[in-house]
Design a protein around this ligand. Structure first.
Ligand SMILES: O=C(O)CCC(=O)C(=O)O
Ligand SMILES: [Fe+2]
Length: 209
């Protein structure tokens, strides 16, 4: 009796979706006006969320012209523009919770969601900042949720310096803020090790890409 009740209470406390943010978020100030926030294990039920997203997102393979050659982008992509319905209710809850926490500081809401699926260690993203839009010139924030198997997200200052490494998966949250997109770069390197699949969900404000 008691045991069954305890079990169900624990289940209730661990309902799928975002857990608390608030004081559980740890901020690290980096050089040049950049910072990152970390909240490990933010999403309860992250493995189920991985499975649902892998299934229902219309994943696109892209290719890009590199000088004379056309090369495959080494990951699968999804994109939900402002106003487009997100593919899972947990992502709606997560975006709402991020906005409740960050909008006072950011001054605007997160509006778009980009998704990347790294199928295995061959998939990766090369060193870059999210500078296609306003991140090139303005401070902003990019919030990334990781589900599935952890992969390292590396960060290094532009122009050289020590590389930071965060292993992100299973519902972890990282937020890159301040000048991070223009003064630092980030990457998910290829791995020669056996690596399970990871999906990242990146929430960005309008005009940041
Ligand atoms: O998958 C990640 O965590 C990073 C993705 C990324 O940097 C991007 O899509 O701009
Ligand atoms: Fe990026």
């Amino acid at each position: 009796m008691t045991r069954a009740l305890q079990g169900s209470l624990l289940d209730l406390g661990d309902e799928a979706g975002p857990r608390e943010l608030g004081a559980t978020v740890r901020r690290t100030h980096l050089a040049h006006g950049a910072w990152i926030d970390l909240r490990p294990g933010w999403i309860a039920g992250a493995d189920d969320l991985y499975e649902r997203l892998a299934e229902i997102v219309p994943w696109r393979a892209e290719s890009r012209r590199m000088y004379e050659r056309v090369v495959d982008v080494p990951r699968l992509l999804g994109f939900y523009d402002e106003g487009a319905p997100l593919p899972d209710p947990v992502l709606v809850q997560a975006r709402d919770a991020l906005n409740a926490h960050y909008e006072p500081e950011l001054g605007e809401p997160f509006r778009t969601a980009g998704l990347c699926l790294y199928r295995d260690g061959h998939d990766s993203v090369a060193w870059h900042g999210d500078t296609i839009g306003r991140g090139r010139t303005e401070d902003t924030m990019v919030a990334i949720i990781s589900v599935g198997s952890p992969r390292p997200l590396l960060l290094r200052p532009r122009g050289g310096g020590h590389t930071l490494r965060y292993d992100l998966g299973h519902g972890d949250l990282i937020v890159m803020g301040g000048s991070c997109q223009r003064t630092w770069e980030h990457a998910v390197p290829k791995s020669a090790r056996a690596t399970g699949p990871r999906i990242s969900i990146q929430f960005r404000p309008r005009g940041v890409r």
